[in-house]
Design a protein around this ligand. Sequence first.
Ligand code: M6R
Length: 611
Amino acid sequence: MCGIVGYIGHREAYPVIIKGLQRLEYRGYDSAGVALLDGDLNVYKKQGKVATLHDFAKDKPLGAKVGIGHTRWATHGAPSDHNAHPHVSNSGKLVMIHNGIIENYAAIKTELTQKGYTFKSETDSEVFVNFIEDIYQNTLVDLAEAVRLALTKVIGAYAIVILSTENPDLVIAARKGSPLVVGLGKNEFFLASDATPIIEYTNEVVYLDDQEIAIIENNNLTIKNIEDVEMKPYIQKIDMELEAIEKGGYEHFMIKEIFEQPRSIGDCLRGRLNANEGHLHLGGIQDYINKITNADRILIIACGTSWHAGLVAEYIFEEFCRIPVEVEYASEFRYRNPVVGEKDVVIAISQSGETADTLAAIELAKSKGATILGVCNVVGSSIPRATHAGSYTHAGPEIGVASTKAFTAQISVLAMMALMIAHKKGAIKESVYRNLLLELDAIPDKVAKCLDLNPQIEIISEKFKNATNFLYLGRGYNFPVALEGALKLKEISYIHAEGYPAAEMKHGPIALIDENMPVVFIATKDGSYEKIVSNIQEVKARKGQVIAVVTEGDTEIGSMADHIIEVPAAHEALMPLISVVPLQLLSYHIAVMRGCNVDQPRNLAKSVTVE
Ligand code: M6R
């Protein structure tokens, strides 16, 4: 939540910053601002999208070689020009951008107010920059030390970048709980919430760790921690192509990412699965394989779409590994006193690797002695660094706020993990194992076939674009797909949608069914097929409108449903990888037809770094 960018070097800072903010806009988009330091300090801020800021700034002085920028997802204070970042200190000498929340800001604000400080915004961030100023002005320390001292006193999460009018060759940045990457160019440095604003200029980066401070002064980078110990920067080479973060001819990132799935699932399997030779290996969990195989229990923690992938994984792990699995919302798990022991293995699933609730749940489980594995997409993000081991999903950057290709990549990794453990444990028959590897290998081609359904799904979307409610029903492996289909629709089209296990319908939701209620059944051929056919009849008997995702060649449901979407057959454990694709397309088209901003839906942000 909130994207931050900073630049110091030989280029004009503004174009680097504005382009960077556009790339980070998925992190928040209610207001944006830049500060440019060029002898004078110029700060431009606007409520709304980065494009509004860009339009506002175009006639202003923009020649500075040092600057910072911010795109905001409001926490303290409504979206407005004055609450937008950067925030300038009372003296006018310090300017700062902040991603995160300072929990003790009210106490600090009271203290500063008593000293005569005034505030133009309602933000915790403006308090934070003035707190630094107060320490700087009242102690005989340099600015970097004043920042460090302030950081020892604030409670909460932050990624900050600060400039000072007294020294335009100095940039200070720090992080705790919110991500921050330093890009190392030739005589230039970049700072950003993730690497996407940086890769155009350099592939050498340093991911700051929690409680580290980066001081860039006179073309030198020094990193220290908040205990004042100098740290050796760990320079990593990032492997990300520019085209991966651009729309590449598609109208929206979401549709690009849906269509990327044959490739992204293929990338996820590559080098790990050789189905013909019966070989499956996830190097990232190898050191913990005995621990996992002998686990008392697997606990899966995640939020949103990642939680739905966790539900699919629960079914797969229990079926093939015979290890009990519980799937928990990270936000609930972290605030109760869960029973977790040393023989438990926790799998934390997160696309961004930055979700605050998931990170906190990891720390809690770790403190109780569990082994923690991560399944994340963003390389170098906080969760992979907080876990003992794990596997990346390799889906490539996911920019659309609605998660699509990350979901299918998560299930692919989790299925591989389950099969590797089941095989190691001897819990799965060799023939079943071999067959599942072949089935997994065939998934990218089957997903590609689902994408051919796009024109048909567009026609169905047209018919239902004005609906006010939707029900999504599935059983077994397709139940989490029903939840995911409903989440996709509601988050981007603002249509109320509920996902349910189809058999639960008769315990309540059936009361909602009438001729105006579209009901999406995920009814592919599997162990509960006959049961779901009965559920479809129950809906038809009450005049509900049925859209059914069925296995190719299914004639039985075809004769009952109003619309059928035929997808390729697959092993039922892997069917969610296929059956979710038409639901992604359905929600996308309905949202576009309703004129919604599918990539940046209202009130949402891609990476939820607040509680
Ligand atoms: O980055 P994470 O996977 O941890 O994010 C979890 C959720 O915030 C995320 O899946 C969210 O629900 C998406 N908007 C769903 O499309």
